[in-house]
Design a protein around this ligand. Structure first.
Ligand code: ZN
Ligand code: ZN
Length: 355
């Protein structure tokens, strides 16, 4: 019997009769984390880590039927022993471990090995079958250390301050925005978009401490933002709202900033390759550490990455899923990576780029 199947509804645990991160409505859904491509509307019941409960309620509505579980806590679902383990991706993100008749399968959702200081750090879970993402599964993707990333953000704020510019960071509202807040806390007053504020509230509900900030009122005079630090979601790039902010310099924070070329990025003043996903070498490190004998690759650079795993002796298979449409994708198809990515340094300042 197959342990897991990739069905039109989502990833299905056969003996347990439940789905993980399904994209179509099902009765029972186990959720790895709160990003919209993994936690969708319409499930009969949701099970996720305690920290993800208020995130799911905030995004999907307070009336969903949702139950929380702690990391490492074991529950039995139709004879399958199920436990959630830290994935290090965002706060509350989990790899889901399933054990049945001596066989172990882990569905990792999205993950990263870097400790961002907010998410519970990634834990290696040994298994027979490992389901992995491969968002940044190409050797050109390599992240600087968290400390270096933080230093670069701070330097850029300082540069803008010396030029009397208001710093604007663009980062995904769930995960990235909170990391940016933490990295630049104390340099200047923080202002965030309402969508980020809503998720901050969900984090504060479970006891996560975040820096003090104010919510931007775009209907009010925006002059008080001068010399401050503004954090906005990617959906606001090239909109009238961002244009209303006077005298700004704005930077996009995304793993995609490791490559140049997409049209919209060029309108930004700077880019920082900061990601909540594992880079190429961390993907390989994580997969090798699981000692899995079979790997399924769900989203991202699936074909290339699965092929590479097979070449280095790890049996792997590309599977079709509906993940990866929102998180890190800058929420716009125009912002997808260029056809022929060209590696660049971590921070690329636009004015210095003749292209
Ligand atoms: Zn995600
Ligand atoms: Zn994802």
């Amino acid at each position: 019997m197959k342990f897991i199947q990739f069905r039109p509804e989502g990833i299905y645990c056969v003996p347990g009769d439940f789905y993980i991160d399904p994209w179509r409505p099902v009765k029972k859904a186990l959720i790895t984390h709160g990003h919209a491509d993994h936690a969708r509307y319409g499930m009969g019941a949701y099970l996720c880590h305690h920290f993800s409960v208020p995130i799911l309620q905030s995004r999907l509505g307070a009336t969903i039927q949702v139950q929380g579980i702690g990391y490492g806590e074991k529950i039995n679902i139709n004879g399958v022993e199920v436990s959630f383990h830290p994935a290090g991706h965002i706060i509350g993100s989990a790899q889901i471990r399933m054990a049945y008749k001596g066989r172990i399968c882990v569905v990792s959702g999205d993950y990263k090995l870097q400790d961002d200081g907010l998410s519970t750090p990634f834990e290696v879970v040994k298994c027979h079958e490992f389901v992995t993402e491969s968002t940044f599964g190409l050797p050109i993707y390599h992240w600087a250390s968290v400390n270096q990333q933080k230093a670069e953000l701070q330097q850029w704020v300082n540069l803008n301050q010396s030029n009397q510019k208001t710093t604007v960071f663009i980062g995904y509202s769930l995960g990235k925005a909170q990391r940016i807040m933490q990295a630049v806390d104390g340099l200047a007053p923080l202002y965030v978009h309402y969508s980020i504020h809503k998720l901050n509230q969900a984090f504060q509900q479970v006891g996560i401490k975040l820096p003090a900030y104010q919510v931007i009122d775009f209907n009010a005079d925006l002059k008080p933002l001068q010399d401050g630090i503004v954090i906005l979601p990617p959906a606001l790039v090239d909109t009238n709202l961002i244009r209303k902010i006077p005298n700004k310099a704005y930077a996009i924070c995304s793993g995609w900033m490791a490559v140049r070329g997409a049209r919209r990025w060029r309108s930004a003043d700077a880019g920082f390759a900061i990601s909540d996903h594992a880079d190429w070498s961390d993907l390989l490190t994580a997969i090798q550490a699981t000692e899995a004998e079979k790997v399924y690759v769900t989203h991202g650079q699936t074909a290339v990455f699965a092929k590479y795993l097979n070449e280095i002796g790890i049996p792997a298979e590309e599977v079709k899923t509906e993940f990866g449409v929102e998180d890190e994708a800058l929420e716009d198809k125009n912002a997808l990576p260029p056809e022929t990515p060209e590696a660049s340094t971590v921070a690329s300042v636009n004015q210095e780029d003749p292209l």
